[in-house]
Structures are given as C-alpha cells and as structure tokens.
Design a protein. Structure first.
Length: 751
C-alpha cells in the first residue's frame, strides 16, 4: 500500500529534526512493548538519547534551544517537555498525548488506516528524511563562504563585473546550499543574493524572505547577511525593506519611520543572543545608512573570526525561528483578524492607479525587449496580439507543434510583468491524461471531511488576498488537451460566463460548492471563492493523435494563437543594445494593465460605435458563409472580437486590417472542419476575402471547386504577397485547403 498524502507530507517542512526523531522514538517504543500506546516518559528518553548520542559521536545535529545548556546531556526534564511541545502539536493529526496517564500513541483511525505495513513505511520515511536532514547539515559550510567574500571582495571590485565568480557565489551557490538546509525549505522561503546590478555594490548581501509576506528586499521583513563596505565584518540581521517606507512617509521622515518600526518589532519577538542597537557599521552614506536604520537586530561576525559552521547554523536557525514567530503570530494573524472584522467594501474602494493608454506601447516594448534578452524571438506583432487577446478575455489557448515556445512565451511575458514562480504569481500546471472531472483541478473533500484544494484553487486563494489583489497572476495549463477539456474544465468555463461588475471590480459566481466545505476553517479559506479579476489563464496545446479536440464551447470562450510557422534561422543577437526607457518599469504594473475594461458590448458601444458597427458588419457577411457548415458565431464571439478591435484602436498597436486578420485567424478559423464540398466552398470564399483586391491573385470560386492546387501551392509555402488584405488568414486557409484535397478532411487543428 502507499501512504496517505497527509502522512507523506508531515515531514515536508522541517524547522528542526524533532518531528522525525519523535516519530522514530514512538515507533521503536511501541515495537518494544507491543502495545497500542507507550509511556510518554520512555519515548521522551529515546528522543533525548538520540541527540546525546549524535553529540557524543561528534556529528553535527540540532543544537539545544537553550544557550546556557549547549549539550543535550545537560537538558532538564522541564526543558525536554518544552522542546517536545512543538513537534507534538505539529504531529497532532497523527499522534496524541494523554496527560492523564502520561501516554502517547497513534490515533486508532490512523493506526487502522496504516496497518503494520504502513507503520513500517512511515518508519522508513522518517529515517529517509532524517538522513537527508543530517546530510544537508554535514555538507553545508557557510564559514568558508563568508570568509572568502570578505577576503576577495575589495580586490574583485577592480575587476570586470560581468560573470565574476563572486557574483555566481552570491547569486547561485550560496542560495542553492542554503536551500538544502532543512529549516529553509523552498516552499516557504525565497533565497537570493546580490553583488549589484550592472556594477559592483558597496554592500553585497544575500537574503532569506518568507514568501507569505514578501518577495523582494524592497518591502516587508526578511533575514539578510550584510557585508560592511570595507569587508571588516558581515552581519546576520533581521531587517525590513527600505523602499516602501519612504514612498509611504516621504523621504524626510524615512529614518524616523524605519526606526519606529524597528522598535515595534523588537518588542514582539525574543531576538535572543542578538544585538538590538544601532551600532551596525556598513558604510557612511546612501543605501548603507538605509540598511543600518532598517536593521531590527543583528549578530556581527568579524573578518578572520567567523565562528564554526555549527555555531553559524545555530545562529541562523534561531534568527529564522524568530522570523517565523513574527510572520505567523503577528503578520498573518493580524491579517486574519482584519479579514474578520473589516467589511469587504473597505478594500474594494481601494482601486489601483489606472494606466494611461498612451503608455501601453512603451510597456509592450519593454516586454519584447525582456523576451529578446532571454534569446527568444516571436513573429511580428505576436506579443501585441497576445496582450490584446488577454485584455479582451483572460483565457487564451496557444496551439501548435511541440518546441515552438508556447510555454516559454507565457513564462517570459509573466516574468516581464514581475510574475514569477518564486513569488507565486506564475504557476505552471501540467494537465494529466487521467483528469476526468473538475475535482482534479479545483479540489475535493477527503474521507476526513476536509477540503483538499486543487492546484488552480491554491492560486485563486493567494490571488484574492488583500495584499495581492492588484498583482497580476498567470496560470499556464500545459498540454491542456491531454485530457478532455470539457470534462475537467467545465466548472471554470461556466463560471467565466457569470462575470459582472460589482463595486468597481469584476466578480463571478462561487467556484467551490458549499457541500464540499464542512469545517469552519475550510469555509473561511475557500468559501465565496470566485475567479479573481487579477488571474489570467493560458493553455498550451499540441494537436496530434494523443490529444483531444476542442468543442465550440471552449473555442467561444478563448482566443487561439497558433505557433506552427517557424523560422529556424533566428539567432540570438549578442550585440543587441536594449534601449533605456523613461517609462515606469513594466514589472511594477498592476493588474489593470491586463484586466478587461468591458464585459458586455454595451460597456464600450457609446464611445466606439463606428468601429463596433464596422466590425459587426464584416462578421455578418462571414457568418452568412459559415452558416452553410454550422460554424457561425454568436454574440459571445462578436463581443470578444469587438473588444479586441477597440483595445487595438485605443492603444494604436496595429492597423485595423492587421488586427482583424488576427481575429479571423483566432476566433473564426478554429471552428471550421469537415470533409464535404460545402467546407471547400466556405474556405474558398473566405480566402477570396482574405486576399482582397490588388494582391496579384485572381480567385474564381467555380474554377477552384474542382482543383485548388494552383492556389494552395502559392499560399501554403509559408509566404503571402504583402498586398494581401489578411495575409495570415489567407496562408492558414491555403493550408486547410491543401489538407482537404490531400486527405479528404480538413481542420484548423491539423498540424
């Protein structure tokens, strides 16, 4: 049997090794006495014995939390009880302690569910996790890194900045090794380092940020190692961001604000063995002064006197524990209390600054520059098209052959807007072939009655938090059609159609049925959960024999961008000079950059009447052709196309014909498939309109009904005359015609 998920996850977050050692001590004692529960005192003795043995053998293990009793052999009974309080509480879903008879054991239902085989698996799991924990503790050496940086940095600043080994050490090596420490799991903490941006920093650093409260050293609180400018010392500090306060309070009050906040934090948490004064000496000007004022507490390590790795790890553990207490007991709890007592309308009225239409092209240029710097190139206007498609409807499908950069486009586009996997604003969800209903994506109620959220639900919960409501979130459903989209995505498709304006925000129906939320905790966490207006969904699809086709229900609700025409002769331009723009950074944009301004055509009609009428008249003519093969469109598609055209006109990104070309390709052609002569007739009529007049191509429908070879040989080669009215649509139609002649069947989705 395999262990239940709630069992396999109990060691996932490791602050110390206590949980693994306690489980092993309990299992060993139960095996010795062959009873359902054991003496808590005997289990405690086994627990203590493990750490005494590790210290006697000279192994690096968790230090005692009591600085005046550094060795485990000196721990008193009362101190041992205090140490075990946390692991017993954390494991409370699995084990119990009966204070009346001083016994400990597994809950009967857990024991029955596991059986003897399951208990053996749990024992092996605890041993494996303990081995990984101890291995990480043995291999990590922070002392050498700190001493090397202080010894080399001043001289290194005279050398070229780019690709310097100290940059690699601070940005990659140290963060990677710190992540191996069990109490710094990647799920909770973001770890990063810096020697500067483009030039050497006076004060290099590496930091540890709790992702629940901050993703940047500019704001929030975090743990950071700061090196003095003259490299005489390095400081392990608990610090706060130095950028947000000046913006909120004005530069004149910056230091007073930082120092007041510092004093508040000092009164909330122990900060044992740390200095709580302002004697940290980094440098005497600029950002160094900011760092000094923002430091809550610190430990100083002088050059040449850095203590042992054991002491460094112990210091770091203690600071991280103080940091955890501050985050969980004071930041997150305070937020929860605010949520309980403050009416929602108080926050709805806090609307972010709208973005000027004239600035949109500049921001898109920044995004394109970011993508090019990563060595990726996409066809002309594809980024603008992707942006307009998301703006018109926050659900886009990227289709095409494998390896054309569909997933990479989503990641890089999101990254340019400051949305990354590290800060939780970009999430890649691989779709599994066995997904058959919405529970696979949204979540389900387990046997204990608790709601287990699906991957997309977790993102929605994070995106609707007060501090995140104006940040853009991107979800990429990779290989979306490996399973039938209509099966696992049906609830989301339906809820998308319930969008409405409510007090200045876009809201939808609730996603999670109340019948799935039995407990109060689940009702608070997942109740009234809709699709947040700052979340944007993108699906990638490969159309081959292993995948499922899309129904019109899906196609109506998405724009389909195709990635089938590839120019392999594109190479990175190593000499490219990226222009420096005076515009604000695209990474600082709020979600209004992408959020729809219109939900129904009535929202846009008054100010865009001529364009709406002109676009609709075109669609009426096309619909007359599509009716022959039952592929005509309804109001939903009409509205989406009109919105796209309106945004393009507002932002002056493309000509009207170029924009309409994209919409024909993305909203009309994906609906066409079949093998009848009527399909051929529709394709030929559409291609005649796409070519237009003056393209150097004369299209006679009657002549081509029998043989379309002259047409598709000219157009299917991947090139279209520049005078074509809608060249992309014409090229795709030529390909579809060729398929129809050669295979007797055609579809937009055939690659």
């Amino acid at each position: 049997m395999s262990l239940p998920e709630f069992i396999t996850q109990i060691f996932r977050r490791k602050q110390k090794s206590y949980k693994m050692v306690l489980i092993l001590s309990l299992i060993e004692e139960l095996k010795t006495i062959n009873q359902e529960r054991a003496s808590y005192d005997k289990v405690k003795n086994r627990f203590l014995g493990y750490y005494i043995q590790q210290q006697d053998l000279g192994h690096r293990a968790d230090e005692t939390p009591f600085h005046y009793h550094a060795r485990w052999s000196e721990i008193t009974k009362g101190q041992l009880n205090s140490i075990l309080t946390t692991p017993v509480k954390v494991l409370s879903e699995v084990i119990f302690v009966d204070t009346e008879d001083n016994s400990i054991g597994f809950y009967p239902e857990v024991k029955n569910q596991l059986g003897e085989a399951g208990l053996r698996q749990l024992e092996n799991l605890a041993k494996e996790e303990l081995l990984k924990y101890n291995t990480a503790m043995q291999q990590f050496s922070l002392k050498n890194h700190l001493e090397n940086i202080m010894a080399q940095y001043v001289e290194a600043k005279r050398e070229p900045f780019k690709d310097h080994s100290l940059g690699t050490l601070l940005r990659k090596t140290i963060p990677s090794e710190l992540r191996a420490l069990p109490f710094l799991n990647e799920e909770c903490y973001k770890i990063q380092g810096s020697i500067g941006q483009g030039k050497w920093a006076d004060v290099p650093w590496f930091s540890i940020l709790d992702k629940r409260i901050t993703s940047t050293t500019q704001s929030g609180e975090y743990v950071v190692y700061l090196f003095a400018e003259n490299m005489s010392a390095v400081y392990l500090t608990l610090a706060q961001g130095v950028t947000t306060a000046p913006k909120e309070k004005g530069s004149k009050d910056k230091y007073a604000y930082l120092r007041n906040k510092t004093q508040e934090i000092r009164e909330l948490i122990p900060l044992a063995n740390m200095n709580k004064d302002e004697n940290i000496q980094l440098l005497g000007h600029g950002r160094g002064n900011d760092y000094q004022a923002s430091t809550v507490a610190y430990i100083k390590y002088e050059r040449g006197k850095v203590p042992s790795d054991e002491q460094l790890v112990k210091d770091l553990q203690n600071v991280i524990e103080d940091y955890r207490i501050y985050v969980e007991d004071h930041i997150l709890n305070e937020t929860a209390r605010t949520l309980e007592v403050e009416p929602v309308t108080e926050y709805i009225e806090s609307v972010p600054e709208p973005i000027d239409d004239a600035e949109i092209p500049s921001f898109l240029h920044q995004i394109q520059s970011h993508i090019r710097r990563q060595g990726f190139f996409f066809p002309e206007h594809l980024i603008e098209n992707f942006y307009l498609s998301l703006k018109a409807k926050p659900f886009v499908i990227l289709a095409g052959i494998s390896g054309t950069g569909k997933t990479r486009l989503v990641k890089l586009f999101a990254e340019a807007l400051g949305a990354t996997r590290d800060n939780g604003q970009f999430t890649l969800i691989p779709v599994r072939p066995d997904w058959s209903d919405p529970a696979d994506l949204l979540g389900y109620k387990d046997l204990s009655g608790r709601f287990q959220p699906g991957p997309i639900t977790k993102v929605f919960v994070d995106a609707r938090k007060l501090e995140n409501q104006h940040k853009p979130y991107f979800i990429c459903l990779d290989e979306m059609n490996l399973a039938r989209v209509e099966h696992y995505f049906s609830d989301l498709l339906s809820v998308m159609e319930t969008q409405e304006w409510r007090e200045g925000r876009i809201t939808t129906q609730d996603l999670i049925s109340p019948t799935l939320l039995d407990t109060l905790e689940d009702q608070v966490e997942y109740g009234s959960l809709d699709i947040p207006e700052n979340v944007f969904l993108i699906g990638t699809v490969n159309m081959d024999e292993t995948t499922h086709p899309f129904s019109k229900k899906v196609l109506d609700r998405a724009s389909t961008l195709e990635f089938n025409y590839i120019n392999l002769e594109q190479y990175p331009d190593l000499g490219e000079q990226v222009e420096v723009s005076d515009s604000p950074d695209a990474a600082d944009l709020n979600h209004l950059f992408l959020r729809s301004d219109y939900l129904q055509l009535v929202d846009a009609y008054d100010t865009n009447k001529e364009l709406v009428v002109r676009t609709t008249e075109r669609l009426v003519k096309i619909n007359a052709l599509l009716e022959d093969i039952h592929a005509h469109v309804g109001f939903r598609v009409r509205d989406a196309i009109c919105f796209y055209m309106i945004y393009n006109d507002r932002y002056k990104l493309m000509s009207e014909e170029e924009a309409f070309d994209w919409q024909l390709l993305q909203k009309i052609l994906p609906r066409i498939q079949g093998s009848h002569s009527s399909v051929r007739r529709v394709l030929l009529s559409l291609i005649k309109g796409a070519i237009g007049s003056g393209a150097g191509v004369t299209v006679n429908i009657q002549d081509l009904m029998e043989d379309a070879t002259p047409l598709y040989m000219k157009w299917a080669a991947g090139q279209t005359p520049p005078t074509a009215k809608h060249p992309q649509t014409a090229r795709k139609l030529a390909f579809m015609l060729r398929r129809l002649e050669e295979d007797g069947f055609t579809s937009f989705w055939l690659s």
